[in-house]
Ligand binder design. Structure first.
Ligand code: 8DG
Ligand code: MG
Length: 130
């Protein structure tokens, strides 16, 4: 049995928009849009991983966040646990620091973007709040 990869994922909201980023073609689930985040390292808390990844990938600092949903998904070639947080306050101007495209998209437009399968539940949960 292969172990699941624990991933810290941030749904960063600003007014009615959400921050998304495009995965590069050579990554797992490449070419799809994602919520920024990445793997929790050994000995690291998920909260620390969340803050680190958002700083590394997008150059923003998270000022407040709360758990949104934890999703387990088996892609066949990889099993992931997406530990997803809702980020309502951040500082800094988001940029794609790893060369990735980023976009602020209104919630109603999220359906026009292709996300990895595991994101379906996250998207439904997000659209169900307020
Ligand atoms: N960040 C993120 N990862 C997602 C989402 N949906 C989804 O299935 N994943 C999967 C894809 C990957 O298998 C895994 C995240 O790994 P990653 O490649 O972003 O990890 P990382 O940032 O630490 O990258 P690296 O150091 O391996 O390059 O979770 C999502 O919305 N955001
Ligand atoms: Mg990542």
């Amino acid at each position: 049995m292969t172990q699941s990869v624990h991933v810290a994922v941030a749904v960063v909201v600003k007014n009615d928009t959400v921050l998304i980023a495009k995965r590069s073609d050579n990554q797992h689930q490449g070419g799809k849009w994602e919520f920024p985040g990445g793997k929790v390292e050994n000995g690291e808390s998920v909260e620390t991983a969340l803050q680190r990844e958002l700083s590394e990938e997008c150059g923003i600092e998270l000022l407040s966040f709360k758990p949104l949903i934890k999703v387990e998904h088996d892609y066949g070639d990889k099993k992931v646990i997406l530990d997803t947080f809702l980020v309502e306050h951040h500082s800094g101007l988001a940029r794609g620091l790893e060369g990735q495209q980023i976009q602020w998209v209104s919630k109603s437009k999220l359906k026009d973007y292709t996300f990895p399968k595991a994101n379906q539940v996250i998207l439904e949960t997000l659209l169900a709040i307020k």
